[in-house]
Every structure is written in structure tokens, then in C-alpha cells.
Design a protein around this ligand. Structure first.
Ligand SMILES: [Zn+2]
Length: 255
């Protein structure tokens, strides 16, 4: 089974000790593509570096809501410069995260999100959206940019929210959460989303699927997400694998 990991953070410090070895093993284990997503400005730089060094790596450059305070003209200009590299295929991850009280204020997050959506529109790049406990505000901002398309990564909303995102032309990203015992809500979403709008992702080092839940995640484990999706949708894992690869290639305008 071939796998394209549509959302990973191999620049994360948890890979500092063995990053090169892990990436070598990914290649040997049929991982044909990885979109490494920047979370901070430094993460964006590191994502581009990984994409330059590894033929099957691509980069998304953007600033996560947790670091929304970083988003000013200087940072936006650097993202614009970074995006000129041909292996930068998306702006992300960007969005809203209202889960942690210590995150920047909602107003700061919304401004940073809107500025980066404007950048995606200007550069005609898709967006990688992070949305945690901010469904209404996220949808409102996505609707301000009807020309911009992308993926709602690590989707955590209801079936109704998923329908709204699909209507706006977005893909839905599934992580290891779908393999968790208490995953009824996301299983219902998977039943609803057509196969040609599904992406699979690790969000590594986090979100490892069962049987590796709680461990450091890596792209090979997407196999368990694909098997679970296949079961939910009554399909063969091979079909899910093939279609999700077509989907991510289409979104990132590859091949
Ligand atoms: Zn992420």
C-alpha cells in the first residue's frame, strides 16, 4: 500500500535524534509523499529545508494560531519569499484554536488567519486549516475567501460542520483519532464525506493511531487510518489508499 501523508511535522524536536534515519525508512516503506507543515515561522523555514533535501517531501508554509502573535508584515513577507520555492505547495497550517486559554486572543488569531488567507489568495495556493473549538469563526473566515480551497486538517467537528466545509470545496483530513475506541463522532463524519474529498494524515509526532496511540507518530501508521476508513465505507484499503493519493495530488497541484 502506498501512502501520501498530507500533514506532518518532521521538523519537530521529537525527531531531532533520528530524523535522517526516520525519513530514510519512510522512503523504504512506500511513503511516496509527505506534506510537512510549518507551525511557526521557524517551522516554515524548516519545512522548506526538508522539502529541498528530500525528493518526496513538500512544504506548507504558515503560522499556527498558537503563534498568531508572530504574524506581522515582516513574517508575511518571509512566507511570501519562502513560497517561491517550487516545493512549497500550500499555506499552512493556519486557522483558529480556542481550546487553550493561554493562546493569543481571539481577535489576534482572527487577524493572523485572515492575513494568511489573503496571502494564499494572492499566491493562488491552497490552505491547510487548523480549527479547534472555533467552528463558527473558522467557517465565517473561509466564506470570505470563496476562491481559496484547502483541507480542514485533523477534522474534529460534527457531520453538519463537515457538510458546510464540503460545500465550500474543502477536503476533510483524517488522523489516527478515527481509530480510537470513542471515535463515534469522527466515524459518522467519515461515513458522510465522499471518498474523493478525504485526505489522510499523521499530524506527527502527535495523534498516533491504535495500536500506537500515545507513541511518537510516523507516516507508516497511516495504514491503520486507511484500514479504518475502508471498514467504515465498506471498501478495500487499496481503493482508499489510491483515491486519497489522487486527492492530495489534486489539492497540491502535483503531477
Ligand atoms: Zn499540524
Amino acid at each position: 500500500m502506498f501512502i501520501f501523508d498530507s500533514h506532518a511535522h518532521y521538523d519537530d524536536e521529537s525527531f531531532d535524534e533520528d530524523r535522517e534515519l526516520v525519513i530514510k525508512e519512510l522512503k523504504e516503506n512506500n511513503i511516496i509523499g509527505v506534506l510537512n507543515c510549518g507551525a511557526s515561522l521557524q517551522g516554515a523555514r524548516d519545512s522548506v529545508k526538508l522539502a529541498k533535501e528530500n525528493s518526496f517531501f513538500y512544504a506548507a508554509v504558515g503560522i499556527h494560531p498558537e503563534f498568531a502573535n508572530e504574524v506581522g508584515d515582516l513574517a508575511l513577507n518571509e512566507l511570501r519569499e519562502l513560497s517561491k520555492h517550487e516545493k512549497v505547495r500550500a499555506i499552512g497550517e493556519i486557522g483558529l484554536d480556542y481550546y487553550y486559554d493561554e493562546n493569543p486572543s481571539r481577535e489576534v488569531q482572527k487577524t493572523a488567519f485572515i492575513k494568511q488567507m489573503e496571502l494564499a489568495q494572492e499566491l493562488k495556493l491552497p490552505v491547510i486549516i487548523h480549527n479547534r473549538d472555533a467552528h463558527e469563526d473558522t467557517l465565517e473566515i473561509l466564506k470570505m475567501f470563496p476562491e481559496v480551497k484547502g483541507v480542514i486538517h485533523c477534522f474534529s467537528g460534527s457531520v453538519e460542520i463537515a457538510r458546510e466545509c464540503l460545500k465550500l470545496g474543502y477536503y476533510i483530513g483524517f488522523t489516527g483519532v478515527i481509530t480510537f475506541k470513542n471515535a463515534r463522532k469522527i466515524v459518522d463524519v467519515a461515513k458522510e464525506v465522499p471518498l474523493d474529498r478525504i485526505l489522510v494524515e499523521t499530524d506527527c509526532p502527535y495523534m498516533a493511531p491504535v495500536p500506537y496511540r500515545g507513541k511518537r507518530n510516523r507516516s507508516e501508521y497511516i495504514k491503520y487510518i486507511i484500514e479504518q476508513l475502508a471498514q467504515v465505507k465498506d471498501l478495500e484499503p487499496e481503493n482508499v489508499s489510491e483515491q486519497t493519493i489522487l486527492n492530495v495530488n489534486k489539492l497540491l497541484n502535483l503531477k
